[in-house]
Ligand binder design. Structure first.
Ligand SMILES: CC(C)(COP(=O)(O)OP(=O)(O)OC[C@H]1O[C@@H](n2cnc3c(N)ncnc32)[C@H](O)[C@@H]1OP(=O)(O)O)[C@@H](O)C(=O)NCCC(=O)NCCS
Length: 179
């Protein structure tokens, strides 16, 4: 994936890179675990170990090579501050690609979410050529829902009691990008 620089509304410069074997599992772990600690990471309730993160990197590098997966690392002054990913489903569903975005709290509300959403959608279209791009979002995550509304992700359905958030089941919306 080609490197890229984004400039936010406040003129901060953010570097975008793809996943590479040079990435540090420790840095990835520190980033993801701080979101888990904040309880905002949508997919996981407990922190990752370094061993799990090393295995994650190994597997995702294989998937990236096969065009089954895309991961964008956003950094500021050499520190990872956000990520966006795209994951292809399997078998008859492989025409469908699911995206996700997560930003460390101090870097939110500056337009980075919108830039990353546009970037992951455009890269997923070019690299993975999907039939559909979709995402799931907690029905209570108003901030993310507003961003996805503006990006053209339309609510298709609500999945009741879909995500186990620290023992409490939350409803999730499925949203598909309008073509
Ligand atoms: C959801 C998330 C990716 C949004 O990223 P962001 O960089 O904060 O969003 P942006 O600054 O690009 O804002 C996009 C739009 O969201 C809306 N928005 C921004 N801040 C908001 C807030 N605090 N409350 C509600 N809406 C808000 C605005 O409409 C904004 O557009 P505007 O700039 O024209 O006003 C980010 O908050 C995040 O990583 N959250 C934790 C993880 C998560 O929930 N990921 C999504 C899971 S599906």
């Amino acid at each position: 994936m080609p490197k890229k620089e984004l400039i936010l509304k406040n003129e901060e410069k953010i570097q975008l890179n793809g996943l590479s074997r040079k990435d540090s599992p420790k840095e990835l772990m520190v980033y993801i675990n701080s979101l888990i600690e904040e309880k905002t990471f949508p997919n996981q309730n407990r922190k990752y170990t370094l061993r799990e993160q090393k295995e994650w990197l190994r597997q995702k590098l294989i998937d990236t090579k096969r065009r089954e997966y895309l991961y964008i690392i956003a950094s500021k002054d050499g520190k990872m501050i956000a990520s966006a990913d795209a994951r292809r489903l399997a078998l008859k569903m492989r025409g469908n690609v699911e995206i996700g975005i997560a930003i460390l709290p101090e870097h939110r509300n500056k337009g980075l979410g919108r830039l990353l959403m546009n970037e992951i959608v455009s890269r997923a279209k070019t690299v993975m050529k999907p039939k559909n791009i979709f995402l799931t979002v907690d029905v209570k995550n108003e901030h993310a829902k507003k961003l996805y509304d503006e990006g053209g992700f339309r609510k298709i359905a609500v999945l009741p009691n879909w995500a186990n958030h620290y023992g409490k089941y939350h409803d999730q919306e499925i949203r598909v990008l309008a073509r």
